[in-house]
Design a protein around this ligand. Structure first.
Ligand SMILES: Cc1cc2nc3c(=O)[nH]c(=O)nc-3n(C[C@H](O)[C@H](O)[C@H](O)COP(=O)(O)OP(=O)(O)OC[C@H]3O[C@@H](n4cnc5c(N)ncnc54)[C@H](O)[C@@H]3O)c2cc1C
Length: 427
């Protein structure tokens, strides 16, 4: 019997350390020096680097990468348990070397990079000596890659890229940008002439690539392989988001329960009002459904090939957006007026729910993927009636007892009555 919902005691010890470390070190840094973990400023680094070193000393750095790709090889299930803690704290993913968009880009490099490319970009990315961004979406279309136009033209011993990208997260901060072209994925140093970052949006950048020349060895993976690389990149990112969403909704839930027990209204604590209890009960159920879905998916990634897990990852993608929207809204509502302010994390969490439904592919596209894949396991029924049409099934089942029914009038009466009852003729 292989079912097991327990965590290895040794890993649980590490999780306990992570929870304590995040509470006592990461959260204070976030509250007092927001952004320090990402910054290149020497003063910020002096605050954040010792924390990163502690994570490395505990063997918990860059957990998302398998051993053969340069990480500790803990696998997705352990990463999911870790992210259930990290997702509560803004800069924890950076402090643990597991922050997007670098993680997905590192996965692409690890899987498709040449030894030389890994040496040049993967190692410095892992050590956060450099940062990266990912340029896929274009102004005229995001969900449908067939609308992308950015193209690289072979020119002598290099490539010349022309195109326009939209919503490249942290492009302004990146040293290298992974640019998805119609004919391949290219690594473009941000300082390359022709890379023009527009004034807005401020964080998720609009970038023009105008005659951007890169050497031939900046093509990552095979020529025309960009879609395959993008799938590889985005699959990992989606499940990591879902893992961190579990942490977010648990935080919202903790806040909701604490508040429900702390406030009074109309003669009793609000936790005793049944409509508040319904919100708590529904949230509890939804959080646990999401959590089990995410853990099951992580287990599937660890134990089967990626193709099998694709449907599950897509299911996590839209389910985490939905649960985040529902639970953060209820928690905000139970918090009353305070919930509508930026004095608790709830307003930002709720406002982030639509983002979750759009980033890494809109929910609709993932639902289509899931429905299509699930339907592959079904076939149309052969005749007029569906397979579960009871009269037909009963007629078929009756053949099994034909001899007994023929020999015994009591059994005949019983079987005839049962048939009439479920056909709705006898009350
Ligand atoms: C916070 C954030 C960070 C991001 N970071 C990056 C990044 O680093 N790099 C990058 O390249 N991109 C990034 N993106 C962009 C993201 O990948 C796109 O927003 C996403 O793919 C959707 O594209 P779009 O915005 O053009 O929406 P559209 O494709 O225009 O879709 C708009 C709406 O149309 C409907 N729709 C679209 N297609 C379908 C369909 N097949 N079936 C049914 N309805 C459909 C849906 O309602 C959808 O919400 C980020 C987005 C966000 C929100």
């Amino acid at each position: 019997m292989a079912w097991d919902f327990s965590t290895e005691p040794e890993f649980q010890k590490q999780l306990d350390w992570v929870a304590e470390f995040c509470r006592t070190e990461v959260e204070p840094l976030d509250l007092v020096f927001p952004g320090a973990a990402y910054s290149r400023d020497p003063k910020a680094k002096a605050l954040a680097d010792p924390l990163k070193q502690q994570v490395k000393d505990h063997g918990l750095w860059a957990l998302f990468l398998d051993e053969e790709l340069g990480g500790p090889g803990f696998g997705q299930l352990k990463l999911a348990l870790l992210n259930e803690i990290l997702g509560r704290y803004r800069s924890a993913p950076v402090i643990f070397g597991t922050a997007a968009p670098d993680t997905g880009n590192m996965e692409m490099l690890a899987a498709y990079g040449t030894e030389e490319q890994k040496e040049r970009w993967l190692k410095p990315l892992m050590n956060q000596e450099i940062f990266s961004a990912y340029s896929m979406t274009e102004p005229q279309g995001g969900s449908d890659p067939n609308l992308f136009k950015t193209h690289a033209t072979r020119d002598g011993d290099g490539w010349v890229i022309n195109g326009e990208k939209w919503f490249t997260s942290a492009g302004f901060h990146a040293d290298i940008i992974f640019v998805m072209c119609t004919n391949g994925m290219f690594v473009v140093p941000r300082e390359t002439p022709g890379v023009e970052i527009m004034e807005y949006p401020a964080v998720h950048n609009h970038i023009r690539y105008k005659n951007v020349r890169v050497p031939a060895d900046h093509l990552l993976g095979p020529e025309d392989g960009a879609k395959v690389l993008a799938q590889r990149r985005l699959g990992g990112g989606r499940i990591h988001h879902a893992m961190r969403t579990v942490a977010q909704v648990k935080l919202a839930f903790d806040m909701m329960c604490e508040r429900a027990l702390s406030r009074e209204s109309h003669g009793k604590v609000i936790a005793e009002h049944q409509m508040v209890q319904e919100m708590i009960a529904d949230s509890y159920a939804e959080i646990n459904m999401l959590r089990l879905l995410v853990l099951w998916t992580a287990w599937t990634i660890d134990n089967t090939d990626t193709r099998q897990s694709r449907t599950q990852i897509a299911t996590c993608k839209y389910t985490c957006a939905k649960v985040l929207r529902e639970v953060s809204y209820r928690a905000l509502h139970v918090m009353g007026s305070l919930g509508t302010t930026d004095l608790t994390p709830l307003q930002a969490m709720w406002a982030g729910a639509p983002t979750m439904a759009i980033a890494d592919g809109v929910d609709e596209v993932h639902k289509v993927t899931v429905a299509r894949n699930v339907l592959k396991g079904y076939e149309p029924h052969p005749g007029l009636w569906p397979t579960e049409y009871i009269p037909a099934k009963r007629d078929e089942a009756r053949k099994k007892y034909a001899d007994m029914i023929a020999a015994d009038p009591d059994l005949t009466a019983w079987a005839d009555l049962a048939a009439k009852r479920s056909h709705g003729r006898v009350r």
